[in-house]
Design a protein. Structure first.
Length: 566
């Protein structure tokens, strides 16, 4: 039996500094030493186990078992979702239908800066609303490559775009989880979050065009970037406060997409053709990733299997039938996830198939600092209700509709598994790190250390959510870690508890883009596995900048901007 201790070294500050060592290990290895993500993950797990045993007094057996539970969770459901999402995409590619989808986006606009907004922000937001857990990054990353983006640029764009919708992702799961843990109505938490994240979402499309084409792109496309950002933000605010937390991102993404379509009917940005030429030149000449036209790699990356090039299609008019078939897999995903997540009988029926597994040798052997058994040692095997399984079903139906031979679909299934082998290892190790830190008490120690700052904690509050999501890759997991702590710290400091619980959720939004798990998913989807350190360096400043903006906002909302809150 092991009971967590918030200050095992006698000092909360000293204990927290030691607890930071595993996180420092993975971020230094990734961002500074440019070590491959799977080696960085394994090294950080080893450091976390040593800290758990030597500093926090956790029995070695329990520390290792904690890592095994985390590794299994990383493989299923996390990597199962990514695997099935990429396989679904591959089915569309080998069928030749993906070329029609690319042509459909060109019909809306052939300007790559606008396509980044439509694909990464609007369509990615819709996927985040329905599936979450890396599926939006995996799917939209390869979609951007298909319209001409280089691998690194595509990955960075989708990582930044996958921020605004995260708080309400997977049908509001992060907020619902926070409500269940704190006893605060999740509708109330959602209303608070809906007065924080929209202020960031408003500017994300503009940041995307800057990533694609610099200041010149911002000058030429700011009207549509602002229109889409503002409409998304307003829809997110209205839905979270007055309609439904669960439907918030679905509504916001569709409204943002509709605003883009209407805007493009009456206005066309300048410089789109030149931007496309610069983007294609970037793709053809940089050495930051694979060349999709040959299946090779740039000189700066190790050989890796890339996404398969679609068969050439004759230049014929894109009829309404071909257009419908091109969008069929994604409309199917929307329909399936809507039924599975929102229709009570289906939702309950799927949940009833979940298998609850008490982790052998671990469950019942770890107590919280208050002496209560930890519940996170209960592993839920969502063999049928997992978003990954739902994506698999969508893939099978798509293969049948597209008349892809069963043998070809199976070959793509196996090839996708081979392509993702290092991603499996990376995500498993990152989740093993998270579980060792969580179960040994290292994460709690860090949280309590930050929470000890009193009233200034309102400024630091989003950092906990950012940290939790950066470690686990999930805003839901960050809320599971820190929502109750935020509530308790707020009560001690005389701050509105709902505000800080919401701040935890909002902080996680900007932490997801630097999560090693998400970096690996992005790198894998665009064929540059092993280049996660490059993606980390290109996204970390954006993440920190947005985090500081959020910290200032929450601090002001706790005082002079209290009128903004419900």
């Amino acid at each position: 039996m092991f009971q967590q201790d918030l200050a095992p070294l006698g000092s909360l500050t000293l204990s927290a500094l030691v607890a930071l060592l595993p996180l420092a290990t993975i971020f230094v290895l990734l961002g500074w030493l440019r070590v491959k993500a799977h080696w960085a993950g394994l090294a950080s797990v080893a450091v976390a186990i040593v800290v758990a045993v030597a500093a926090f007094g956790m029995p070695p057996g329990l520390a290792v078992l904690s890592a095994t539970e985390g590794a299994v969770y990383g493989l299923f459901p996390i990597m199962w979702i990514v695997f099935c999402a990429i396989w679904l995409y591959q089915i569309t590619v080998v069928s030749g239908r993906f070329e029609d989808l690319r042509a459909a986006f060109d019909m809306l606009s052939d300007d790559p800066r606008v396509q980044a907004i439509i694909i990464a922000f609007c369509f990615g937001g819709l996927l985040e609303a329905l599936a979450g857990f890396g599926a939006p990054v995996a799917i939209t990353g390869v979609m951007l490559m298909a319209v001409g983006f280089s691998p690194v640029r595509a990955a960075v764009v989708v990582l930044l775009a996958n921020t605004a919708p995260v708080a309400f992702g997977a049908i509001g799961t992060p907020i619902i989880t926070a409500g269940a843990l704190t006893g605060i109505s999740y509708h109330e938490i959602g209303a608070y979050v809906g007065r924080q994240t929209p202020l960031l979402a408003m500017f994300v499309p503009l940041l995307l065009v800057i990533l694609v084409d610099g200041k010149r792109g911002a000058r030429q496309t700011w009207p549509i970037a602002l229109v889409v950002g503002v409409t998304f933000a307003v829809a997110q605010f209205l839905s979270s406060n007055f309609l439904s937390v669960e439907l918030t991102d679905i509504v916001a993404s569709l409204v943002g997409l509709l605003a883009a379509v209407i805007m493009l009917r009456v206005w066309t940005p300048e410089g789109g053709h030149e931007a496309a030429e610069r983007l294609h030149a970037d793709r053809d000449h940089v050495t930051d990733g694979p060349d999709l036209t040959t299946g090779g790699t740039g000189s700066g990356s190790a050989p890796t299997r890339t996404v398969e090039q679609a068969p050439a299609q004759p230049e014929t008019r894109l009829t309404s039938g071909r257009l419908a078939m091109a969008f069929f897999p994604y409309l199917l995903v929307i329909a399936v996830f809507t039924l599975a997540k929102l229709w009570g009988p289906v939702k309950d029926g799927l949940a009833a198939t979940d298998a609850k597994i008490r982790w052998p040798g671990l469950d019942g052997h770890i107590l919280t600092p208050a002496g209560k058994p930890l519940t996170s040692t209960l592993y839920t095997f969502q063999w049928f209700s997992s978003p990954g399984t739902l994506l698999l079903i969508c893939g099978v139906i798509t293969a049948l509709v597209y008349r892809v031979p069963i043998t070809r679909a199976f070959r793509e299934f196996v090839a996708t598994a081979v392509k993702l082998r290092y991603s499996f290892l990376t995500v498993a190790s990152v989740l093993a790190l998270a579980y060792v830190m969580n179960l040994s008490g290292q994460t709690l120690t860090l949280g309590n250390w930050i929470a000890a700052t009193g009233a200034f904690f309102a400024f630091l509050s989003p950092i906990l959510g950012w940290l939790g999501t950066a470690v686990t890759g999930s805003d839901t997991s960050a809320n599971a870690l820190f929502a109750t702590l935020q509530q308790t710290a707020a009560q001690k400091a005389g701050i509105d508890p709902t505000l800080l619980v919401a701040a935890n959720t909002s902080g996680g939004v900007v932490g997801k883009m630097i999560s090693p798990q998400n970096l690996t998913i992005a790198a894998t989807s665009v064929g540059i596995l092993g280049r996660e350190s490059d993606l980390f360096r290109k996204t970390v400043l954006w993440s920190v900048g947005l985090l500081l903006t959020l910290c200032v906002l929450v601090y002001l909302q706790s005082s002079v901007l209290a009128w903004m809150l419900p």
